[in-house]
Write a protein that binds this ligand. Structure first.
Ligand SMILES: *Cc1c(COP(=O)(O)O)cnc(C)c1O
Length: 429
């Protein structure tokens, strides 16, 4: 890793950093929303990533194939739809640190969490507990609650929610590992976020997985905020399963397709319980229309329904940009850019008492998002920034999340935000 730049709160410094940035040109390959007639300062890729300018052409290509070939598009043309799922595998594998057969794009995140729980949560009278971070994303909480009830159990008896120490905002790995050991043989599963949506904390997925395995439990992760944002090595870390969405850092459009990871060691386990559909059935046998489900090898064996070709086309437009940029370069820039945002916030807000960064300071414990706890001014601070063209997001009760996504955010964008921040502090401090 190159040494950290010595940051400065000057426009010339930001310009210089942009001139040195090998990914600088990617910014012009995205559409920027306008606020008051000007390109927004867009820090909301943690919620919805921006649209690659190539997305429309990728989508139009499939619309044209459909127009010109009708059903023949499944087996003819440049990219026959029958095996369209294969196209995204190599780059998803790079982003997730997986083998191509361990990943597949399908369904939606919340749906996939349920499907993976069917296979990986099999409580017994003695081993039934699930460890989750406290304050998990609502969909994950509802998923766990209803899955537990589905097994005839009471969430109160099953869920172990991890909370930060008093006076701290984020979890310590040592405390997570200790809780896993404490639950020991009663622990069935650890089911946590990779990056916590509210605090921006990146968990030590490898250490957590290892601790879970040591007590005989499985470890699964919701990577909604980690995919395309944090460096991941799911295969080497021996994570059992994971899922993510493509519309946050993966810039694939509102509600677009999710994806799953299932570790290679489950690649050929037809005995694992699962809810099946014809698209997870042996590809060669599929059109024999016969009884008897035979799961495909690897993650593909968890597919249910025929691939959403139009969704996957837009997803691919974005994935091809990730392929071109490469995750190592994206991460490198991310560390520097988020470091710059952090420096400017600390430099400018100082001890004004308006805000406090609760995301860990250590770059190894975060992605690009910083979560700011607002102590004075409440949501009015957020509204003031928005009026100046800054798109972040407000999360109840009192956090503003800002994510300078490295593919389309420049150092000058971060500098411009700093100017807005400086002005706004005159009102709220
Ligand atoms: C964004 C997000 C979701 C959203 O789930 P969908 O099924 O895509 O609507 C779920 N969990 C987490 C942790 C998220 O950040």
């Amino acid at each position: 890793m190159t040494p950290f730049p010595h940051y400065q709160y000057t426009e010339s410094f930001a310009k210089e950093r942009d001139a040195l940035d090998p990914l600088a040109d990617f910014r012009s390959r995205f559409h920027f929303p306008k606020i008051n007639g000007k390109d927004a300062l867009y820090f909301c890729g943690n919620s919805l990533g921006l649209q690659p300018k190539t997305a429309a052409a990728y989508l139009e290509k499939e619309l044209a194939a459909w127009a010109n070939m009708g059903v023949d598009g499944y087996f003819h043309g440049e990219d026959p739809w029958y095996s369209v799922r294969k196209k995204s595998k190599p780059i998803l594998a790079q982003i997730l640190g997986a083998l191509p057969e361990e990943v597949v794009a399908m369904n939606y995140l919340s749906v996939n969490l349920h499907l993976l729980m069917v296979s990986f949560y099999q409580p017994t009278p003695t081993r039934f507990k699930i460890i989750v971070e406290g304050g998990a994303f609502p969909s994950d909480q509802y998923m766990l609650e209803t899955q537990i009830k589905f097994h005839g159990l009471d969430p109160k008896d099953v869920l172990v929610e991890l909370l930060p120490r008093i006076g701290e905002y984020t979890l310590r790995t040592e405390d997570i590992v200790e809780e896993i050991r404490k639950q020991g043989s009663s622990l069935a599963m650890v089911n946590m976020a990779g990056i916590q949506y509210y605090t921006g904390q990146l968990f030590d997925i490898q250490a957590i997985t290892q601790a879970a395995h040591e007590v005989g439990a499985v470890a699964g992760f919701d990577l909604a905020h980690a995919a395309g944002n944090a460096p991941l090595q799911l295969h080497d870390w021996e994570v059992d399963f994971a899922t993510w969405c493509s519309y946050k850092y993966l810039n694939s459009g509102p509600g677009n397709v999710s994806g799953i990871f299932v570790h290679e060691r489950y690649a050929d386990r037809p005995d694992l319980p699962r809810f099946a559909g014809w698209w997870g059935h042996s590809e060669a046998e599929r059109f024999k229309m016969e009884k008897g489900f035979q799961p495909m090898h690897g993650a593909d064996g968890w597919q249910l329904a025929c691939s959403n070709v139009l969704s996957l086309a837009v997803h691919q437009a974005s994935l091809d940009l990730f392929q071109e940029a490469g995750m190592p370069a994206i991460r490198e820039k991310s560390i520097q850019l988020t470091g710059y945002l952090e420096y400017l916030i600390e430099e400018i807000s100082g001890d004004s008492g308006v805000l406090e960064i609760i995301t860990p300071k250590n770059p190894a414990e975060r992605g690009c998002q910083l979560s700011l706890l607002i102590h004075k001014g409440g949501k009015a601070v957020f509204d003031e920034w928005y009026g100046q063209g800054v798109v972040g997001d407000w999360r109840n009760p009192n956090v503003i999340r800002l994510a300078p996504a490295p593919l389309y955010t420049s150092f000058q964008d971060v500098y411009r935000f700093a100017r807005v921040l400086e002005q706004s502090l005159k009102k709220f401090a």
